[in-house]
Design a protein around this ligand. Structure first.
Ligand code: HPA
Length: 256
């Protein structure tokens, strides 16, 4: 059994052994790193590739998640850069993603395409694992890391940013933050029966909220600043015991 971090930094604990690997899946090839902490293997997967050269709409989400499954991963934490349209969440803040609304357009969202295989539907009462969310909050409290609150994530297709009119609409729908990567990543994790949780790093105000231009360097700097801290907390949780008795993540798939 292994655990994984998607989008975490390459900042690994000094003294722990890090190995790189590559895996061929039915959907494409995936490279990853493995670190062993206190006897627990933790996989690091760079969602956009190690050179960060795959845009959100072209990320091979199915290959990434299938590779984790082939590596026997059961628990996944992910970081994601998000814009804020909630006045309470400012650039630099961290939020726990609790639900999503999907506005992606062209992405393969399932491993179950019918044809010769079964038809399956994944249950979405709790899109993000409650146990992993709780453990992250407890660890943040112990480490004095402030989490601003829960957030509903609007997933857009990208790679363009949203218009001000779109943001007004998303806000009215109940969205708090906007990003381009959490769907289908979270959905595919559920299809594979994994526990999956995502932490949003607010990198900017959404278009039209403060009337300011979105600056690329601000997004990159904010992610770099926060990712190292978040990654350390992820590792602290993932290397320990995880009680799954209240968790239904491995029973969300309904096969007809
Ligand atoms: N919109 C969509 N994706 C994002 C944003 C945004 O404002 N910021 C970081 N990722």
């Amino acid at each position: 059994m292994r655990r994984a971090i998607i989008g975490g930094t390459g900042i690994y604990d000094a003294g722990s052994e890090v190995k790189s690997g590559q895996l061929v899946t039915a959907y494409g090839d995936v490279t990853y790193d493995v670190m062993t902490v206190d006897g627990q293997e933790i996989i690091f997967l760079a969602r956009h590739g190690k050179k960060h050269n795959t845009p959100p709409h072209k990320v091979n989400y199915r290959a990434n998640m299938m590779a984790l499954k082939m590596l026997d991963v059961t628990h996944v934490y992910a970081t994601c850069a998000v814009g804020s349209m909630n006045d309470a969440y400012e650039p630099g803040d961290l939020v726990i993603i609790t639900d999503f609304i999907d506005f992606t357009k062209s992405r393969a969202q399932t491993f179950f395409e019918g044809e010769d295989g079964p038809v399956a539907h994944v249950e979405m009462t709790e899109p993000y694992c409650g146990t992993l969310r709780r453990l992250f909050c407890e660890q943040a409290l112990k480490s004095n890391l402030q989490l601003k609150g829960d957030a509903v994530y609007i997933c857009t297709e990208g790679p363009r940013f949203e218009t001000a009119a779109e943001i007004r609409m998303y806000r009215q729908m109940g969205g708090d933050v906007v990003g381009m990567t959490n769907v289908p990543e979270s959905v595919l994790a559920k299809e594979l029966g994994m526990c999956y949780a995502a932490i949003g790093v607010i990198t900017n105000w959404c278009t039209g909220i403060e009337g300011k231009h979105i600056e690329g360097h601000q997004i990159a700097e904010s992610m770099e600043k926060n990712k190292a801290v978040i990654t350390q907390l992820f590792i602290a949780v993932l290397k320990g015991e995880i009680d799954e008795s209240n968790c239904k993540c491995d029973r969300s798939l309904i096969v007809l």
